[in-house]
Design a protein around this ligand. Structure first.
Ligand code: ZN
Length: 277
């Protein structure tokens, strides 16, 4: 599942390839993709003829800025945006939306798992509407600090790993980076959020910024099928310290990395570096 660094990488590439182009035609081939309460033909008509001013991101949501409206895309498990030249041959099997663009380009949304979503909103109001309204600040937001995390998280008796994945409290962190962040801040994933100190929350925020930034610099992590561009892998998967390293020695202390389930999510940690007590 793409997390913040992967989505940031995707929007940087989309801006290079399609920013400034005009959407000449739209075909939604999987109507369930569109989550706004509007008919598919109305959706297509509203989008057609608009220029792509910019592509930005709020946490893991991709925002296509189309003059007065925005399209908000969430990739969920396996969603991907591909750019082709018109006339290129592509596999139509998992294609859910086709945008014909000026400059002889095509922008195609592909989703093998069909969990991805697309919302159409007014540009001047979308931050107050579903799905963005509920999204918490991301680690890079200058308005938050360790005290903010303590305020929103320490009332919870859930495991800290589970709370870190709650996108309404802090956004952009998913299963891969939650494991890496907790290892970096030396906190056991099954510690109760209510038991952590202010220093712990400050460490979590520092580690979040450090790890997410490094991953963005490396084009994200290619695990499962994420690719920043067709045929090109991210490189942060080579930097992972605990995630997917079950039974391998810890880089810090040599103890064997363990894998457990936390709230149903596969979770990797070092029981020596990340003490539960
Ligand atoms: Zn260790």
């Amino acid at each position: 599942m793409p997390e913040l660094p992967e989505v940031e990488t995707v929007i940087r590439i989309l801006n290079k390839k399609v920013k400034g182009l005009t959407i000449e035609n739209v075909k939604i081939t999987y109507p369930n993709l569109v989550k706004t309460d509007i008919s598919i033909s109305d959706f297509e008509n509203k989008v057609k003829g608009r220029k792509i001013d910019n592509i930005s991101r709020i946490a893991k949501h991709i925002i296509f800025e189309l003059q007065e409206i925005v399209l908000i895309s969430h990739l969920r498990m396996e969603g991907k945006w591909f750019v082709y030249d018109k006339g290129d041959v592509y596999d139509p099997k998992h294609v859910e939306a086709i945008f014909e663009l000026s400059n002889n380009k095509m922008l195609i949304y592909n989703d093998t798992r069909k969990f991805g979503t697309l919302h159409l909103q007014d540009k001047n109001d979308f931050k107050n509407q579903n799905p963005i309204a509920k999204v918490g600040p991301e680690p890079f937001d200058n308005s938050i600090n360790g005290q903010y995390l303590m305020d929103v998280m320490s009332k919870s008796n859930k495991h800290i790993k589970t709370v870190l994945l709650d996108q309404t409290k802090i956004s952009g962190i998913g299963n891969i980076y939650a494991d890496e962040i907790l290892f970096d801040s030396k906190i056991h994933p099954e510690k109760r959020a209510s038991s952590l100190s202010l220093k712990d929350f400050e460490n979590i925020l520092d580690s979040s910024k450090k790890i997410l930034k490094k991953s963005i610099d490396l084009g994200g992590s290619t695990i499962d099928s994420y690719q920043p561009e067709q045929g090109i892998d991210g490189k942060f998967q080579n930097e992972l310290k605990v995630h997917l390293r079950k039974a391998k020695p810890c880089f810090e202390c040599g103890k064997i990395i363990e894998k457990i389930k936390v709230n149903g999510r596969g979770t990797y940690f070092c029981s020596q570096c990340q003490n539960l007590y």
